[in-house]
Design a protein around this ligand. Structure first.
Ligand SMILES: Nc1ncnc2c1ncn2[C@@H]1O[C@H](COP(=O)(O)OP(=O)(O)OP(=O)(O)O)[C@@H](O)[C@H]1O
Ligand SMILES: [Mg+2]
Length: 611
């Protein structure tokens, strides 16, 4: 990925993912779109079919503009190497007619010119290749980074509906296809059109009647492109969807490998994977076949035309109507006139595949990201939490699941709240609402009296240490996991690890804090993983701590110890615990309990209906 700091300051920054609150241009409480890609796609908001016709390719412009000097250099070098290539047949003609047949003493000069043309052409192509590869990679990295930012900023309810494999395919393959087309077409079209005009002009200069005849063949390759365009588009779409399915199956299987082994269903899973692969391969073969035909019919036409020219002109050479050099030069320029057409047909076919990919990327970019709001939480935050008539239902395809109905309670700053209730009743949902991962269907949630709907989500979450039920760790060292995404002094990291009662365990690992803990922390026990997650969350210096069954894998004493550490290290911080354990609940001074079909809120020695 290109380093943003290394880019010329003259260009407006493209990437704005760093923090939602820092998003440039956001303001006025308006929902903002983070990236140029998303911004351009958001304009219009029409049905996907009409998207490209409405000029949404313009979304790609800032990315090309950012690398404009490199792309311009690529264009100039392409023109130069095309020019050297185009001059070569004419020098050959002079060599044959003037030197070999006319016996003029120009052999050394013409050979030197030929050599110079070949060597200059080589160096131009070499430099061009280097520059082009670098520019394309940078454009792709910029675009991928922005799409990734956009995905990271999508609201949770939208992300719940996405399949990881699909996202991966769009981010990887579709983005590469779009970028390839955006950059390739730019200079392919320019150089091919110039080459076409020059070569056709040379044909007319050398032999006008034959040039007219050859011209009749020129539209044939273009026709072949037009003929196959729709088929290519349809097949490309099927291939991408299939690849998305494959990636999803792969990811799911690898994540659940222990379950697959436990159920001893490896053969069934791999057979299903093989079936899916075969289906994708079948469609991919059709796509390759059609793309080959579309791209290579022009080549065959060129070959036929070349033979025809030799047959036609051969007789004229025999009757001395034209020179041998003319024949060689004419057939060379004919081949060179057809190859730009072939190149343009290729761009056209590539464009169709890129259109399909762009549709798929646009579907993601069409999804509105979480809004960046100007309001942040006041400093210092006290941590009073208020739910006022909060109702919530998950938008479901089949039905609306009503989880909360007019939930009302006020938790004083510095209190310890235990949320207790049977599985599936909505405990995690309450926390998701507090963290703005979900939005209430009615009612308001306030933090220190400020409605969280008005507060920027990133600012809110920075103040809340949230440890979820499912621990998420990366394949990295213990230290990398603890400081994930932030720079923290090691002393602070160790302090939090001690607080979460994991420091001693870490020290016993082979490389201590530098030990790699494997994917998802595989090399640690469930309880150790939970303690690592708690330490990571606490590095936030939070004003509110939320533990959603985050100590469920720990023994009673360790759990009690951690919570006592928490109260000691973070006095006055509001603590919310979701747990089924009576021991843990006994630490709380406030309770939100689901009994007799409703939520009841109570402080020690006091009870009220919460909703
Ligand atoms: N993303 C979702 N989309 C639709 N329904 C959901 C979603 N997440 C949870 N639910 C439903 O909402 C209900 C409450 O879920 P929630 O996770 O809040 O329960 P919980 O009380 O935390 O349960 P547990 O103790 O098992 O963790 C459940 O019945 C669940 O089926
Ligand atoms: Mg839960």
């Amino acid at each position: 990925m290109p380093n943003n700091s290394a880019t010329p300051p003259s260009f407006a920054p493209i990437h704005t993912c760093a923090t939602t609150g820092d998003t440039a241009g956001s303001g006025g409480g308006q929902a903002s779109v983070a990236t140029p890609l998303a911004a351009a796609v958001a304009v219009g908001g029409d049905a996907s079919g009409a998207r490209l016709r409405n000029g949404r390719w313009r979304a790609l412009r800032p990315y090309l503009q950012r690398r404009r000097w490199a792309l311009l250099a690529v264009g100039a070098l392409s023109l130069a190497s095309t020019g050297f290539g185009m001059a070569y047949p004419y020098v050959t003609k002079l060599l044959v007619d003037e030197v070999l047949i006319g016996h003029k003493p120009l052999l050394n000069q013409l050979v030197a010119i030929s050599l110079a043309l070949v060597i200059a052409g080589f160096f131009c192509s070499w430099a061009n290749n280097l520059l082009y590869s670098r520019a394309t990679m940078q454009v792709l990295a910029d675009m991928r980074e922005d799409l990734f930012c956009h995905i990271l900023r999508l609201p949770m309810p939208l992300l719940y509906r996405q399949k990881t494999g699909e996202l991966l395919t769009r981010l990887n393959m579709d983005m590469a296809e779009v970028q390839g087309f955006a950059v390739d077409s730019l200079y392919f079209v320019i150089t091919n059109v110039i080459a076409l005009v020059f070569n056709v002009a040379m044909l007319f200069w050398l032999n006008p009647p034959l040039a007219w005849l050859s011209l009749l063949l020129l539209p044939l390759p273009a026709l072949s492109g037009a003929l196959f365009r729709r088929t290519v588009g349809g097949l490309a779409n099927q291939v991408r969807q299939g690849q998305g399915r494959l990636a999803t199956v792969l990811l799911e299987s690898l994540q659940g490998i222990k379950v697959i082994k436990g159920l001893a269903v490896e053969p069934t899973v791999s057979a299903a994977f093989r079936r899916d692969t075969d289906t994708v391969n079948r469609v991919n073969l059709q796509l390759l076949n059609v793309s080959f035909l579309a791209g290579n019919i022009p080549g065959t036409v060129v070959a036929v035309a070349g033979v025809a020219v030799y047959w036609w002109c051969g007789r004229d050479v025999l009757h001395s109507a034209i020179s041998v050099g003319d024949l060689i030069a004419f057939s060379s320029y004919l081949v060179r006139a057809f190859s730009p057409i072939q190149g343009l047909t290729g761009v056209y076919i590539k464009g169709e595949k890129a259109r399909v990919s762009w549709e798929r990327v646009s579907e993601l970019l069409d999804q509105p990201a979480e809004p960046s709001l100007p309001a942040t939480l006041p400093e210092p935050l006290r941590g009073q939490i208020e739910f006022r008539n909060v109702s919530f239902a998950y938008p479901d395809v089949y039905s609306e699941k009503r989880i909360l109905s007019s939930l009302t309670f006020t938790l004083p700053a510095g209190a310890v709240l235990a949320i207790v209730g049977p599985s599936g009743i909505g405990k995690t949902t309450i926390l998701d609402l507090l963290l703005k991962h979900l939005t209430p269907t009615a009612g308001a949630i306030r933090l220190d009296g400020i409605p969280i709907a008005e507060i920027d989500a990133a600012s809110l979450r920075r103040n809340i240490a949230y440890v979820s039920q499912d621990v998420w760790l990366i394949h990295g060292t213990v230290a990398e996991n603890l400081t994930f995404g932030r720079a923290c002094p090691m002393a602070e990291v160790e302090a939090m690890a001690k607080l979460a009662d994991i420091h001693d365990v870490i020290l016993q690992l082979p490389q201590g804090y530098a030990t790699i803990i494997g994917e998802k922390g595989m090399q640690l026990s469930a309880g150790q993983r939970q303690r690592l997650a708690i330490a990571r969350a606490l590095l936030h210096q939070p004003k509110v701590i939320v533990l959603d069954e985050a100590t469920s894998a720990l023994d009673r004493d360790t759990e009690q110890g951690i919570l006592e550490n928490l109260r000691r290290r973070f006095p006055g911080v509001t603590l919310i615990l979701v747990s089924h354990r009576p021991g843990l609940v006994s630490l709380a001074d406030h309770f939100l309990e689901h009994t007799k079909g409703r939520w009841q809120f109570s402080a020690r020695g006091w009870t009220a209906h919460a909703g």
